[in-house]
Design a protein. Structure first.
Lengths: 491, 233
């Protein structure tokens, strides 16, 4: 319990502390220290959950599924904080962000982490909604941090679209609570408690549950970046500060998908004996596949490097959604693994992109040239990161995509064809843009910048390790989460 | 279902909810910002009254608290903040006519029919009054969404957003006698923060493009993307 409190409430304290702190230099370090503290708590929590099963109490509940995302969130939060300290100072020195803006940035960075961790650890579906909405509120001012018209437009779009989406999710939550009142004896006390609902899920009214699920999927799906409600994502990623893009892609999308998966578990149990038992799964497969294909096509001929990689995020989120939709232990295991490796790889890529845009002083792909000549570390980082995200063999994404494809082959053989085509198209789109950025002739007067590649190396090494040999501990861990979602073990 | 056979309190709830639906249509068609803000305040008052009446009918004390929160937030605080912003940005006299009023209102009517159809499974529980209020609240939510789509004025979009919140609150009150208090407080807090952020945004938008017409915010449409934005890492 202490580990849980340490994990979740360190960022909350950090948000208040950094909001009051004036010194920008200290704020960067403090931000880092708070993230480290939160990660320590998360690791303690994970050890606890793995040894003794779910930790529950006081409307908190952490089981194998959530604790794995808690550790991932805290970890990516820490590595991005390592990157953001010098990065934001550089941005500040360039006079693109005022001192007050920097304070807002640090405070809201912690605020964002707090909402993410709260969403993952709470048992109450209402609090989950409040936390996910809170994540939008915490990040929206960061998207407009640079105050350019484009940034303000992106933030407005993000705010409005996610606000509308999340309102649908609240309606779904109300419908769920309505269904709960007719199944639970003491609905006022625990009508929104996920574990209480899951225990009585077969008695929840199936038709109300299917309506609720549709609203919840549309609502949280907006945050996952599912097509057709994805248009906020490339804008918010490209206009916000780069550390924000890293955590949005690496964490927010995952947490929204986590909410969808939790709802799917309830809906599946409630619909088990109805006319359409796999409704939730089919909806997820449909949305996932369409998002995947649309994003793969959109990856072609991008002109902004951060937009390029945000479309790649949509593509991968679509793939995971599809995996959870297929269901069954193998596909679920693959989707869980994919969540992990995608978050690590994508945040590493965004960190590298941050350095690359400093070198070339532009986000336009046709102005970023010859990275490997100018600064080999950044060039190699980008190249390896893209190889990993495109699904090249030694990396973890290859493993998860391979598992997902074989699960699809077993359950829906024909759907492997669009999946394969999409992967090839996405690969082509990524490499056509990345190849000249890395290898092209460097324009004169382009100099290396001070770059700390430690987070990138660490994350890509982890992804490589996960691709070569999945450690037994982690495999067991993911297997427990799979068992929780599907009711069956894979291993 | 025969409305006259229902208890008086249920009938009153139904009438108030129907009036809230009417205000949603009024919001949709209202071109003057100040009048739209007043309409929004009326909608909030109606929803708060529904909450209080439901509390009276069911004896749930916490519904009175929710009604008070709604009254404070949606009837007093948010309209007041919007008024101040409108005055500060000198928008009182600005009219924002709808492009296709007939089409928009027809779409609104379609939404009401659709909501009635979606709320149908609830009839399974044999709660006819509840079912109608749920259909109405869903219609209010979707009308708010429609308003955000068809209006180009930032303040009007915010009103649509807040009207959606009203519809959600009505749904929670009517179907489940309100969400647990923790959740309701959280939602109210989120709405309040959202309102403050909207205010910040109005000023930022006004400063950067000198207008609150959202149509001007279209630089991020892909073709012109590059020419418009130079070197912004």
């Amino acid at each position: 319990m202490i580990a849980l409190l340490l994990t979740v409430f360190t960022p909350l304290a950090g948000m208040l502390l950094l909001g009051a702190l004036r010194s920008a230099r200290v704020a960067g370090w403090l931000n880092l220290a708070l993230c480290a503290l939160s990660l320590a708590g998360a690791l303690g929590l994970a050890a606890d959950v793995l040894a003794h099963g779910a930790v529950a109490g006081d409307s908190f509940r952490v089981d194998a599924l959530s604790v794995y995302l808690v550790v991932l969130t805290a970890f990516v939060g820490l590595t991005t904080a390592i990157f953001s300290r010098p990065y934001m100072r550089y941005v500040h020195e360039e006079k693109r962000v005022s001192r007050g803006g920097l304070r807002l940035y640090h405070s809201m960075y912690q605020g964002f982490l707090f909402t993410m961790l709260l969403a993952l650890t709470t048992d109450n579906l209402g609090i989950l909604w409040v936390a996910v909405e809170g994540a939008t509120l915490a990040t929206v001012l960061l998207v407009s941090l640079y105050r350019t018209p484009a940034a303000i437009e992106a933030a407005w779009k993000y705010f409005i679209l996610c606000g509308v989406g999340i309102a649908q999710a609240l309606f779904g939550t109300v419908a769920l609570y309505f269904a709960a009142q007719h199944a639970l004896p003491d609905a006022a006390a625990d009508g929104l408690s996920w574990s209480a609902l899951y225990a009585v899920a077969p008695q929840l009214e199936p038709r109300v549950m299917s309506v609720a699920f549709v609203f919840l999927l549309v609502g949280y799906g907006t945050k996952v970046g599912l097509v057709p409600l994805h248009s906020w994502l490339p804008d918010a990623h490209s206009e916000g500060p780069t550390p924000m893009s890293a955590v949005l892609s690496g964490l927010l999308l995952n947490v929204a998908l986590y909410a969808v998966v939790r709802m799917k578990m309830l809906t599946d149990a409630a619909l088990a004996h109805s006319a359409a038992p796999a409704l939730a799964g089919h909806l997820l497969m449909g949305f996932g596949l369409v998002s995947f294909l649309v994003a793969a096509v959109s990856l072609q001929r991008r002109r902004d490097i951060k937009r390029l990689f945000s479309y790649s995020s949509i593509e991968h989120m679509g793939l995971m959604t599809f995996g959870f939709g297929v269901g069954g232990p193998l596909a679920t295991f693959a989707a869980l693994l994919h969540m992990l490796v995608h978050a690590l790889t994508k945040s590493a890529i965004f960190i590298t992109v941050g350095h690359a845009t400093h070198i070339s002083r532009s986000q336009r792909i046709d102005r970023i040239r010859g990275l490997i000549r100018t600064q080999p570390a950044v060039g190699w980082g980008l190249l390896i990161g893209v190889a990993a995200i495109a699904g090249f063999p030694p990396f973890g994404i290859f493993t998860s995509e391979f598992l997902l494809l074989s699960a699809t082959m077993r359950a829906w053989p024909w759907l492997t064809i669009p999946l394969m085509v999409g992967l090839v198209v996405a690969f082509a789109g990524l490499f056509r843009s990345v190849q000249p950025m890395v290898f092209g002739a460097a324009p004169p007067g382009q100099y290396p910048v001070r770059a700390n590649m430690l987070p990138v190396i660490l994350q890509l090494a982890l992804v490589l390790l996960l691709g070569i040999a999945l450690p037994g501990l982690l495999a067991h861990w993911l297997d427990q989460a799979t068992q929780l979602i599907t009711g069956r073990h894979l291993l | 279902m025969n409305p006259a056979a229902m208890p008086l309190l249920d009938q009153a709830v139904l009438v108030l909810a129907a009036m809230a639906l009417f205000t949603a249509f009024a919001l949709l068609a209202q071109t003057r910002l100040t009048a739209a803000i007043h309409t929004f305040a009326w909608q909030g008052a109606l929803v708060a009254a529904v909450a209080a009446l439901t509390g009276r009918a069911s004896g749930d004390a916490h519904l009175y608290v929710s009604a008070l929160i709604t009254l404070a937030l949606k009837v007093v605080l948010i309209p007041w903040m919007l008024h101040r912003l409108v005055r500060r940005l000198a928008l009182e006299r600005q009219a924002d006519p709808l492009q296709h009023p007939a089409l928009t209102l027809l779409a609104g009517a379609g939404i009401v029919v659709f909501s009635d159809w979606v709320a149908e499974p609830v009839a399974h529980f044999d709660l006819s009054a509840t079912r109608n209020v749920i259909a109405i609240s869903l219609a209010i939510v979707l009308l708010g969404m429609l308003m955000m789509v068809v209006r180009r004025q930032a303040v009007a979009q915010v009103l649509g957003f807040m009207a959606m919140e009203n519809g959600l609150f009505l749904a929670a009150v009517a179907s489940t006698h309100g969400m647990p208090l923790v959740v309701e407080l959280g939602v109210a807090f989120d709405v309040l923060v959202a309102m403050v952020l909207f205010g910040v945004f109005f000023l930022q938008i006004k400063n950067s493009i000198d207008s609150l017409d959202i149509d001007r915010l279209s630089q991020l449409a892909e073709p012109v993307e590059d020419d418009a934005r130079g070197d912004a890492p």
